[in-house]
Design a protein around this ligand. Sequence first.
Ligand SMILES: [Zn+2]
Length: 449
Amino acid sequence: MKNNIIPPDSASLKAIRGMSLSFTADPFLNPQDKCYTLIEDALIVMSEGRILDIGNYAELAPRYPGLTNITRYDDALIIPGLIDCHAHYVQSPMIASCGDTLLEWLERYTFPTESKFRSKDFAAAAARQWFGAVLSQGTTTANVFATTFAESVDAFFEESERYNTRMICGKVLQDRNLPPSLRDASAEESVELAESLMKKWHGRGRQLYAVIPRFAPTSTPRQLELAGRLYGAHVGEGVYLHTHLDEAEGEIEWVKELFPECRTYTDVYRRYGLLGKRSVMAHCCVVEEEEWRMLHDFGCGVAHCPSSNLFLGDGEFRYWEAKQADRPLNVGMATDVGGGTNFSVLRQLGEAYKVAMLQGRNLDAVRSLFLATRGGAETLRLADRIGSLEPGMEADIAVIDLAPDEFTAWRMQFCEDIFQRLFVLTTLGSDRMIRATYVAGERVFNRER
Ligand SMILES: [Zn+2]
């Protein structure tokens, strides 16, 4: 039985009404029709930033006689706010830079751009653009890289506080193999700075902190060791470890040269204490069996970044390996902006389908939409707060427009169910897929038809 407590003054409540979809279990591991709740005409009642109640409109509405503030969405689907498990807001100024493989692309575009985030004004302007872009695409939580400088972290969290979004971010630790303009002066100082930023931001409002070594090649063993200690000391308080892993062949070869004593790339992170239940690994395209098992044993999550992997010509993520029944991992969807080519988690689903198809596998809309919502929340260990539409959950909500333009509206009439329609939508990839975005019960984005 759902929460039936009726507050004394239901006139102060607000609600949204329309078709709703929310996952209750992982469709990679369970029969699909047992994994979600679809309500054709749902009422979602919100109070003080949370979902107070959800159910069939005809049954629920009489329980809230004073409730008049109801926003109705027709030809729409109400889902939990989308979750982006890996992105670099600091790469927004260089998204869509042409032509290079990962390591050259970092040298040529990424490092010079990130060097500019020493300036608080530059960082604040980029944060404003990034938040505007992701909220217009229905994303309400993201796991985000800042860069070397404290200014880049402060600017991000300050903007997040303005919207009251639940975001994860942190200073990037990088003390070798990159230009002096971006390089940490020393392992000790860099991790001390990370710790002071963590104390400043972690748990302040809805903000959460991550310890972020960029990836193994740009940290000295000493920096990885100190990062592991910081993470280990604070993982119990909800602090994250966020990094890249097994993205591309050239990168993996480089890691093996730099850390010849380690059996695999994953083993490098294990050795320095960087694996754990709040460790989120971006990419995982070229993964050996013993690495999958190690990631599973430590409870790590994986961020799948399909448009980035296609854009940079990296490896191809194998969801069927990540979700293998005897050692499944939590997997979420990610834009990886600026390697990714847009800010939309829903558009990533269309790209994820193509990545799977390159290897002859089908990724249907039930499973991919799970990755974009509850799967992402599980990957970030936040499934008790976000990622589904249930009483008590934080009211972060996206409203998908099932008729974003004339052609799509026409095409939809030939679909038989909501998942076919979602597949059409994510494959066509309209930039106008989101009608409204709610953060903690407040509408922060609205698109009129
Ligand atoms: Zn990345």
